[in-house]
Design a protein around this ligand. Structure first.
Ligand code: BGC
Length: 768
């Protein structure tokens, strides 16, 4: 039985590869930088380098490897003997990460100096390229500016604010002496159990593409040799975000059509936008670990997408081809597979095994030196581009760009724009929110007094859950609301932390609620990152739900503030809430932004970047297939079930109202490369000024691959004064109507399409 399964499996793999190789939009296999294209400086340097130096360049180790005490380091002091081993013996080209945690700007600059001092004594004086995760701000530099996480940035639907935030992150990274940032995450959030959901820009590839390109542009557009830029790293190529089990780094099963429709476009756009580097998905797709896939790394990424930059592995993933994925029967075989697949640099990260084994593979003739030269050329090219050969040290000019007051203003603006109002029911004839500043409020729940929950993962540490590492100036929700309405109006039973398995103090809540007008209940998730963030149940934990029920039972109006990285199922308490505000992980200014929205100093305009599930058994995205909403209840009788989220993708309320009218198309038929102009009038029909995200969807009525119910094609954000109207214009082309067909080609088929903007719909025809 086992044998038969194996045979079928092997046949399936062969089929996957052979189909894959024939498929795609472009089968070019141009994967190497031709010597004509190569920077002459790179060419000259390569010619002088020994094979050992070259392989060293492809080796990236973690900082702990050179520190006194390794991971146990108290202060990040470098051990000169270990540094010597790394640079002189193993000739490592790159170091990453922060141990024991976030450092000051000064400390970073002195660390970098020590490393580069040593690197510049090597025969060819090749500087080290330091890489770091500066996710939603400079994670590992003390006092850096932390922005909302990507999931919240996506809710803003404001590309400019995302780009501006990325620029600040680039400046503060560079001020720390570092020129390579492992960001942005371009993974797509279609599996809410997955712990890295908050690091994504949501469930839609167009939204991710817009936000991802804005981030990359923000990091790189000034020019990598400038003190305001860093090299970006799009990640994690490809198919990481949808593991079947929902657990991090576990197998995904994704058809080639789906892969190309939902996972590839954002990387394609990122390559076109000039992303300098890419990091590979640690997981496996259809049984093939991505780090071993020549098809994905070389044929698709280099050949089809034309990516010329550096491909770096993720954490220990070459080793794991042997230890975890079990496709390589020795560590050496694992190195061979990854190199032959197309990897340029291995984040080893704790030893020099990659160096030793790759050197053996070259010496015994399994891997050619020519192949090594291709990777090394890319790495050296990046080192030249980032200006490291001109000045390998932290730049004085760069340091001046750290911690400027306007960065905080921007972080606040981004957090405000992310705030997504999900419910605002009437209390005594008027919407409960905004609250009056003279109202008395009880603030409760584990997120109420937690700065870690506001900032989430990658905040001064990997997990972000260590409050002692945060700047003392950071304010939690209780402090931010107290700043706004005064101590006399605030009662709190701020639970100090998320209690694992323990009940919250419902009795205290009930008692204290007697003296107040409203309860602001702050629930959700504390910070987590990657595997430690894996959960077994999407439903919010029972103890928080119990606390919510106690709050509802007081009969005081309860406003639920959700502080969470991913949407946790809360169906059983939503009905009892008068107001619900989704704050996501809003970053350093999150407390202030929440207070601004709750008390009316800011009119919310964020909209959901995902479908918020109501049931754990009904997790669907907005772009479901028509047949997904039909279910046979009794044979012969059909009932419509299906897309019933708690709140749909794109949902978000305002303190004002907007109306849409006059959706018009420039023509009713377009042919070939024609452009189709679309206009719609949007009016602020309420009494308050406000911003609104206008989204354009299309629906393909019939197609050769079952079409989606609708797809997001454009969006913009506009500000309208009370009573004001604006005409919003978009332009569609055939590319906006395209999909991946059975031959794995991106095509636009003739037929009828619908343009949908809010409640407005118009049909048009596309002809070839
Ligand atoms: C993560 C990457 C990150 C890397 C380096 C890995 O565990 O998957 O996203 O860039 O560590 O810190």
């Amino acid at each position: 039985m086992k044998k038969i399964t194996l045979v079928i499996y092997a046949a399936a793999l062969v089929l996957f590869f052979s189909c894959s190789k024939q498929g795609g939009d472009n089968n070019s296999t141009t994967t190497t930088v031709s010597s004509k294209e190569m920077d002459p400086r790179v060419k000259d340097l390569l010619a002088k380098m020994s094979i050992e130096e070259k392989i060293g360049q492809m080796t990236q180790v973690n900082l702990n490897v050179i520190l006194v005490g390794g991971y146990g380091s108290k202060d990040g002091s470098i051990d000169p003997a270990l540094l010597d081993t790394a640079i002189m013996k193993y000739k490592v080209g790159s170091i990453l990460n922060a141990v024991p945690g976030a450092h000051t700007v000064q400390k970073w600059n002195s660390l970098i100096k020590e490393i580069q001092d040593k690197a510049l004594t090597t025969p060819n004086k090749i500087p080290v390229l330091y890489g770091i995760d500066a996710i939603h701000g400079v994670t590992f530099t003390q006092e850096s500016t932390l922005f909302p996480h990507n999931i919240a940035e996506a809710a803003t639907r404001n590309i400019e604010i995302v780009k501006a935030g990325a620029k600040v992150t680039a400046k503060e990274t560079r001020a720390s002496g570092i020129r390579w940032n492992f960001d942005p995450v371009l993974d797509i959030a279609r599996q809410p159990l997955w712990a890295r959901f908050p690091e994504t820009f949501g469930e839609d590839p167009y939204l991710i593409t817009q936000m991802g390109v804005a981030t990359i542009t923000g990091y790189e557009e000034d020019g990598l040799n400038k003190v305001t830029a860093v090299a970006s790293c799009m990640k994690h190529f490809i198919g990481y975000s949808n593991p079947a089990s929902g657990k991090d780094r576990t197998p995904a099963y994704i058809s080639e059509i789906q892969l190309r429709e939902y996972y590839l476009p954002q990387f394609k756009a990122a390559v076109a936008a000039g992303a300098s580097t890419v990091m590979i998905n640690s997981g496996e797709i259809n049984g093939i670990p991505v780090h071993s896939s020549k098809y994905l790394l070389t044929d698709v990424l280099r050949g089809e997408l034309g990516f010329k930059g550096v491909i770096v592995s993720d954490w220990e993933d070459v080793i794991r081809l042997h230890t975890r994925h079990k496709i390589a029967n020795t560590p050496k075989e694992a190195v061979r597979m990854a190199i032959e697949a197309g990897l340029d640099m291995s984040m080893v990260p704790h030893d020099y095994s990659f160096y030793t084994l790759l050197l053996q593979l070259v010496k015994e003739g399994t891997i050619s030196e020519k192949r090594i030269d291709e990777s090394v050329a890319r790495i050296l090219d990046l080192k030249y581009k980032t200006g490291l050969f001109d000045n390998a040290y932290g730049e004085e000019e760069a340091k001046k760009n750290f911690g400027l007051p306007e960065y905080k203003v921007l972080a606040l603006e981004a957090a405000r724009e992310a705030m997504t109002l999900l419910k605002n029911d009437s209390v005594k004839g008027a919407p409960v929110l905004p609250l009056s500043k003279t109202a008395k409020v009880l603030i409760a729940g584990p997120a109420a007094s937690s700065v870690t929950a506001l900032n989430g993962c990658w905040s001064y540490s990997w997990q972000g859950d260590d409050a002692s590492r945060y700047p003392s100036s950071y304010k939690n929700i209780v402090q931010s609301i107290t700043d706004k309405i005064g101590e006399k109006n605030v009662v709190s039973i701020a639970e100090p932390f998320y209690k694992n398995g323990e009940k919250y103090d419902a009795a205290a809540l009930t008692a204290k609620a007697r003296a107040v007008d409203y309860i602001i209940l702050c629930l959700g998730e504390n910070a987590y990152a990657e595997t430690p963030g894996s959960i077994f149940d999407l439903t919010l934990d029972k103890n928080q739900l119990e606390l919510a029920k106690a709050a509802i039972a007081t009969n005081k109006p309860v406003i639920l503030v959700l502080v969470e990285g991913r949407p946790r199922v809360i169906r059983e308490i939503v009905g009892g809430m008068k107001g619900v505000l989704q704050a996501y992980w809003p970053g350093s200014q999150g407390g202030a932004a929440i207070a601004d929205v709750l008390f009316g100093d800011y009119n919310p305009n964020g909209i959901l970047p995902y479908s918020y599930p109501a049931y754990t058994g009904m997790v669907m995205t907005y772009d479901y297939k028509f047949s997904e909403i039909e279910e046979e209840l009794i044979p012969g009788t059909f009932g419509m079930t299906g897309y019933r989220p708690q709140w749909p993708f794109g949902f978000g309320l305002s303190y004002t109202t907007f109306s849409y009218s006059n959706l018009k198309l420039g023509k009713d038929t377009i042919a070939g490369d024609d452009k189709l102009s679309v206009t719609v009038d949007v009016k602020n029909t309420g009494a308050k000024d406000g911003k609104v995200a206008v989204e354009l969807y299309t629906k393909d009525l019939y197609a050769s691959i079952t079409p989606c119910q609708k797809r997001l094609r454009k969006f913009t954000k506009i500000a309208l004064k009370a009573g004001e109207s604006k005409t919003v214009s978009f332009e569609l082309t055939k590319e906006d109507l395209a999909f991946v067909n059975a031959d794995l080609k991106t095509v636009t088929e003739e037929g009828e399409f619908e343009v949908i903007i809010e409640n407005q719909k118009v049909l048009f025809t596309y002809k070839k």
